[in-house]
Design a protein around this ligand. Structure first.
Ligand SMILES: CC(C)(COP(=O)(O)OP(=O)(O)OC[C@H]1O[C@@H](n2cnc3c(N)ncnc32)[C@H](O)[C@@H]1OP(=O)(O)O)[C@@H](O)C(=O)NCCC(=O)NCCS
Length: 171
């Protein structure tokens, strides 16, 4: 079987409406909402967030935020498809809560469901790490729901370790 050719590039403003479509298509594959939370509200918030991003691109984030976005494009035959098959959103001016060390932070990552398990998530994560290093950062962090097994495996394979556990209870 021929290997899938994928390129990763920085997202431009015109990519964000397509990123929105991909983000919304990935909703059913996310095991991110805990059993005590309202899934409908979570999905509505996600729609709202990606709709604003689609309209404004990275200008949506406040000026004290240093965001970056990369997309994965796949080749079909010999032609690069214009719609991204994956994206990653990050920022490069986060800090660790305790040490205050500067770090990059992954805000979101998703791969088009038909393209799962082809190494695209790994490539996007690697690109984010390279970008963080190019900014002189020594750490990268993220938050993942404990129920999101696919994402947890992806991160663990790449050497991420668990640092915190956030707990909640419905009263
Ligand atoms: C998480 C996600 C981005 C992974 O993308 P992907 O392109 O399929 O990831 P990769 O192909 O690079 O997978 C790398 C490794 O992660 C693990 N992995 C990925 N998907 C998995 C799954 N469904 N079940 C178990 N392990 C999985 C595997 O170890 C895999 O390596 P392998 O295929 O050689 O066994 C994708 O599942 C996705 O878009 N999910 C919905 C959005 C989401 O939950 N984002 C995370 C927000 S925190």
């Amino acid at each position: 079987m021929q290997a899938l050719k994928v390129i990763i590039r920085e997202a431009t403003k015109t990519d964000f409406p397509m990123i929105r479509e991909l983000a919304l298509a990935s909703i059913i594959h996310r095991q991110s909402v805990s059993p005590i939370r309202d899934r409908t509200r979570a999905e509505a918030n996600m729609r709202d967030y990606y709709t604003k991003l689609a309209d404004q691109g990275l200008a949506y984030f406040s000026p004290d935020f240093e965001p970056a976005a990369f997309i994965a494009l796949a080749e079909e035959g010999t032609r690069l498809q214009p719609e991204p098959v994956g994206y990653i959103l990050m920022m490069t001016n986060a800090e660790d809560d305790l040490t205050r060390e500067q770090q990059a932070y992954i805000l979101d990552i998703a791969v088009k469901p038909e393209y799962h398990r082809k190494g695209i998530g790994t490539r996007l994560m690697q690109r984010a790490e390279e970008y963080a290093k190019s900014k002189g950062l020594s750490y990268i962090g993220l938050t993942v729901a404990t129920g999101n097994k696919a994402a947890l495996s992806l991160y663990k394979n790449l050497g991420y370790i668990e640092e915190w556990r956030r707990l909640a209870k419905k009263l």
